[in-house]
Design a protein around this ligand. Sequence first.
Ligand SMILES: *[C@@H]1O[C@H](CO)[C@@H](O)[C@H](O)[C@H]1NC(C)=O
Ligand SMILES: *[C@@H]1O[C@H](CO)[C@@H](O)[C@H](O)[C@H]1NC(C)=O
Length: 362
Amino acid sequence: MRFSLQVLALGLGAVTTLAASSDKPPKITPASRQNEANYTAPYFPLLGFEQYAGNPIMRPDASHPWESAYLYNPSAIVMDDMVFLLYRAQDSQKTSSIGLAWSSDGYTFTRYSQPIISPTEPYETPGGCEDPRVVRVDGTFYLTYTAYDGEVARLCLATSTDLVNWKKHGPILPDFTETVYNWRDPVTYFSSNPPGWTKSGAIIDERQPDGYYYMQFGDTYLYTANSTDLINWEVSGSGKPFAPLMNVWEQALTESGPPPIKTRDGKWLKIYNGMATGGVGGYAVGQYSTGQMLIDPANSPLGPPIARLETPILQPTTATEITGQVDNVVFSEGLVQFKGKWLLYFGAGDAFLSVAQTPVQH
Ligand SMILES: *[C@@H]1O[C@H](CO)[C@@H](O)[C@H](O)[C@H]1NC(C)=O
Ligand SMILES: *[C@@H]1O[C@H](CO)[C@@H](O)[C@H](O)[C@H]1NC(C)=O
C-alpha cells in the first residue's frame, strides 16, 4: 500500500494529523463476510450513545480536490472485520462525490484516494452525488444516493460487489414528487417540491414475508417504496407518509438515517434524523437531531412505526456540530456493531465526519 501523510498547520500552534490515503482498497468479493462472527442483534431502544473523544474522525483533505472542502454523511458496513465508510465529500465548488474509507478499529480510517462515485450524468451535474446509504444482499451492495443537478434532487441507485466499482442504475422513483411541508410559510404550508424531487432511501436488507423489499425515503416525510428485485422500485400506498412528524425536535422534517437493523425479536430498529422548527423544547430553529423508531415491515410495511423515542439519541453539542457549513447539525447515516460497541457515524455541521458509541446490549 502507498500512504500519503498529511500535515495540517492550524491557527493556534501546529496540530499534526495523519490522514492516510491509499490507491489499493482491501479486496472485497461476494464471498466476503458481512458483520463479525459474533454479531448480536439489538433490542429497541438502543440507548447510551456518547460522542467519541477524538471527533471528528475524518476531515476534508486538501490534497484531493474532490474532498477538499467538506466531508460528512457516512454510510457504514462491516466487511471482513473492517469498518468501511462510504461518505459524501464536496470540492471547492461544492460538487459532491462519494468516497470510501476503511478501518480496523472503527476510529482511524484510511481513505481511497479517488471517489468511488462521481457525477457523470446530467442529473448529477453540477450538484453531484450525495448522502450514500448501503446494504448488502446475497453478495451485492445496493447503494442509494441523491443526485442533484442544482434544481432537482433525485434518489438514485448503484450496485457493486466490491465497494469500489459501481454500476449506476439512475433515478429510481422518477414519477414521484415529495410534498414539502413549509413550516415557515402558512400560505404554502404544504406544497410540491420541483417535479421529480426524491431523496434519502434506507433499504431494509431482507425480503419480507409478502415477497417484497421495502425502503423508507424522503426528506420532509418518510414515504415507503417497494421492490421485488432491489433494482426496480415503486412508491407504495399512493405516497402516504410512513410516520407523522410527532416529536418537537422533528417538526420541520424527518429523513432516514442508516438502513434499518433487525432486532433480536424480529422487528426493525430505524434510526432517523429530524429538523426542529425551534421555539419549543429548547431546540434551535433548523437544528438536526437523531432519533429512533421501531418498525414492523412484515405487518405494517406502510407504517406507522410501532414505537418511537420521544427525545433524540444524538444532538449537536460540540463546536464542529454547532458551527459548520450548516449550523446545528448532526446527521446520522451509518450504524455498525464492531468490537463490542455500536458505532453510529454521523455528519457534523455538514462539514466533518464523527462517531458516537454505545456498548452492545446483553
Ligand atoms: C408496490 O407499489 C405499487 C405501485 O404503487 C403498488 O401498486 C403495490 O401495491 C405496492 N406493493 C406493495 C406490496 O406495497
Ligand atoms: C466479538 O468479538 C470481538 C473480538 O473478536 C470482541 O471485541 C467483541 O466484544 C465481541 N462482540 C460481542 C457482541 O460479544
